[in-house]
Design a binder for this molecule. Structure first.
Ligand code: HEM
Length: 367
């Protein structure tokens, strides 16, 4: 269209659009043997954007007041046009995003992409994982249902086992001795303002590092890059013989994003309440404890760990050790080899770790 071309030319003179597009899209080369796992990062960016948009739309009708929150969510589901769709996309989307996050982490783990010089990409990703968990936990309270109220009571209670500061921490999080209207205010502020700001900043850092260090070549097939290390110095890993980001890899990214969206809508249309136990449909009642209160599936392993240790402090310590080990992995596993089958110790430990996590999750679900 001549009009659009005119606007583009106008912009080009002023900001050098041609040069930016060449540098960032067609001239930005990725490893020739890149595979579909590398598109999970883009799926995560898309999933995050969907959470932000659906979250802002929910804010139009949601009321963060203990007396009105449950009724406002019920109205979104039953009266607001397409409110159910927005809410279900937000609730189901949060679960699927955690699932994709775990897959992204596993792909980085098995292809050894966390190894030097990408330690900071791993660390920023690890912090993102924690913030995504925190945003889910705080969001859980907002509908002010029985599930929200009691799951938050159980989750905040466990912080009390931390020596010295535990009691203070629980009160600080709850804004009082017990979960109540003041907790809703705090969790609302964390969920819609503070944690999203942190996630935004960390995603920025994550992408900055990706551009700065370059995408790793997968350890399979024919790589286009030789050894990037020159003594103790590392040069930016570009891929002169690789494929252009646009259009070649963007098409792969778009296919993965469409698959994600298709799966999300499939759940939303055909099994929307899969992540909603029956206590999610009853308004919060501080005087009536439900018989079985369980956290979301990705917290079940943590929940079960706290139950099987003789004391909560031991359970928390075990989780702290496991998380610290995961955070520091690039500094512990320092070998240069990245092919998973050529790292038998790594393979045994990670498969063992994943099996324990899945085992605890299933146990937590049926216990
Ligand atoms: C909201 C969460 C996240 C977003 C939006 C995100 C986004 C991305 C994107 C777009 C890429 C580049 C393409 C790719 O390799 O997939 C990437 C790479 C990477 N991510 Fe993430 N990520 C997130 C969480 C994580 C987590 C939890 C970890 C691990 C603890 C992690 C570790 C890495 C590493 C090490 C790379 C470099 C991979 C390479 O160069 O081969 N990320 N991420």
């Amino acid at each position: 269209m001549p009009f659009l071309k005119k606007i583009y030319r106008w912009l080009n003179v002023r900001i050098g659009a041609d040069e930016i597009l060449e540098q960032e899209l067609t001239g930005y080369r990725l490893p020739a043997n890149i595979n579909g796992w590398y598109s999970l990062g883009s799926v995560l960016l898309f999933a995050l954007a969907l959470q932000v948009v659906s979250g802002i739309l929910l804010l139009v009708y949601y009321v963060p007041d203990a007396d009105k929150a449950f009724a406002s969510v019920t109205a979104i589901m039953n009266q607001v046009p397409f409110g159910w769709l927005i809410r279900m996309c937000h609730a189901v989307g949060s679960n699927l995003m955690v699932l994709v996050l775990i897959l992204h982490m596993l792909s980085v783990l098995f292809m050894g992409s966390y190894k030097r010089p990408r330690e900071l990409s791993w660390l920023s990703g690890f912090m993102l994982l924690n913030l995504v968990m925190a945003i889910s936990l705080t969001g859980y309270l907002l509908p002010w249902s029985q599930l929200s109220f009691w799951a938050t009571t159980v989750a905040t209670n466990s912080f009390g086992a931390i020596p010295v500061v535990g009691g203070f921490l629980v009160e600080f999080l709850r804004g009082g001795k017990l979960v109540g209207p003041q907790t809703l205010g705090r969790f609302f502020a964390l969920h819609v303002a503070l944690i999203p700001l942190g996630i935004g900043a960390l995603v920025g850092l994550h992408l900055f590092l990706l551009k700065r260090v370059g995408v790793s070549a997968p350890p399979f097939g024919l790589s286009d890059t030789g050894n990037q290390w020159q003594g103790d110095r590392y040069r930016y890993e570009d891929h002169p013989d690789g494929i252009p980001f646009f259009p070649n890899f963007v098409v792969k990214d778009l296919i993965s994003i469409c698959l994600y969206l298709a799966f999300l809508l499939l759940v939303v249309f055909f099994n929307p309440f899969i992540f909603f136990p029956k206590d999610a449909f009853i308004p919060a009642n501080p005087f009536q404890t439900p018989a079985h209160i369980k956290p979301e599936w990705y917290f079940l392993a943590n929940y079960q760990t706290l139950k099987i240790f003789p004391s909560e402090l031991l359970g928390l310590t075990a989780q702290g050790v496991a998380m610290t080990f995961l955070a520091l992995l690039p500094f512990i596993d320092r070998g240069r080899e990245r092919h998973p089958l050529k790292r038998p110790l790594f393979l045994a430990c990670s498969i063992g770790g994943i099996a324990v996590w899945i085992g605890l999750t299933i146990w937590g679900h049926y216990s």
